[in-house]
Structures are given as structure tokens and as C-alpha cells.
Design a protein around this ligand. Sequence first.
Ligand SMILES: Cc1cc2nc3c(=O)[nH]c(=O)nc-3n(C[C@H](O)[C@H](O)[C@H](O)COP(=O)(O)O)c2cc1C
Length: 185
Amino acid sequence: MDVYEAIRRRYSCRDYLDKPVEPEMLSKILEAARLAPSARNFQDWRFVVVTDKALRVKLCEAANNQKFVGQAPVIIAACSSSDHIMRCGQAVGPIDVSIALEHIALQATAEGLATCWVGSFYPDKVRAILDIPDHIAVIELMTLGYPADRKKPTTREPLERIVSYEKWRFTAENSFFMSDPPKED
Ligand SMILES: Cc1cc2nc3c(=O)[nH]c(=O)nc-3n(C[C@H](O)[C@H](O)[C@H](O)COP(=O)(O)O)c2cc1C
């Protein structure tokens, strides 16, 4: 499957089969994260891969009781210790970890698996459950497994609304984002 096809097929899966992910497949997916780019190649990311049922139940509770979080056979807690701010003013940690996580999502899709980003969680609870030290930021969780649901139609803004060429040519109608973003994110 080429990258564009994986991008098109990826979706947020919120219903998983009760079927473990094969270790070789999981390794390949994690390798996709390892190969991700990072600012100055610091690779300041750590991934706690959780398959233990009791831990997943606890993580579900820490993720605002989102049922699919406990149901997924794998939960990845993506962490960073970087508090570095780039010259551009943006934080390295969340950016680097997010790139790596999307590599995971796309490679998982290419393997016939599915994922969901999870930002609705209490980081202190996740740290306590997984013995993650206080100075480590838990950037996001990601669920991973064989899907029991299918991709539903999703809406995206048209290109002409989100892209301008050469200069900022956005007008009052398209210059900014949704005023009422979905609450779960
Ligand atoms: C940073 C981030 C955090 C998210 N957190 C959650 C979450 O906590 N729970 C959830 O069900 N979906 C979560 N999502 C999934 C989004 O709702 C989803 O990506 C969006 O609605 C578009 O749908 P699609 O991924 O199926 O294309 C998150 C997505 C991102 C990128």
C-alpha cells in the first residue's frame, strides 16, 4: 500500500476486535515511529506500549472512560522529556512525538490495523498507572488493533479554504478555524 492510500484509508477506530496484534507487526509499526524525523534529530521520544489487560482497563478510566481505549489490544503512551522551544517559538516535544505517532497510524493502516489518537486523558493518572516519572510529558495516547468498525465518511475543509499560494490571501470567511471544535479533543 502506498503512502497516499494509507493516508486515505486511515481513520479514527473506536471499536476493536478482541485479537492481539502480532509481535512482528507491532515491531514494524514501532519501527515506523523510530524512523520519524525530529528537531535536530534529538529523538526525544519514548513510547510505552501497553498490552496488559488490567493496565488497559486503568488507562481507559484515565482516558475519561472512553470505552474503546480499554477495548483496544494495544495502547501506546507517547512521551517526551523535551521542554525545548525552537527559534520559531514552538515546542519540540509535542511536534516530534506527533510526527512519530502519525507514522505509527499510517504504518498500522498499511498493515490492516487501525488506530485512534487519544488526547482526552489525565496525564497524572497515566503517569501513575505506567510508572512514568513526573518530569516526563505524556503527549498523547494512541489505541491500536484490528478494527471491528469501518471508516465512516468524514468531513474536511476543501483545499481552497486552507491553502493560499505565495502570500496569506485568506479572506474573512476562510481566515480561521472552526469556532466550535469537537469537545472530545
Ligand atoms: C490530537 C488528537 C487528539 C484526539 N483525541 C481523541 C480522543 O480523545 N477521543 C477520540 O475519540 N478521538 C480523538 N481524536 C480523533 C479525532 O476526533 C479525529 O481524528 C477527527 O474527528 C477526524 O476523524 P478521522 O480521524 O476518522 O479522520 C483525536 C485526534 C487528534 C489528532
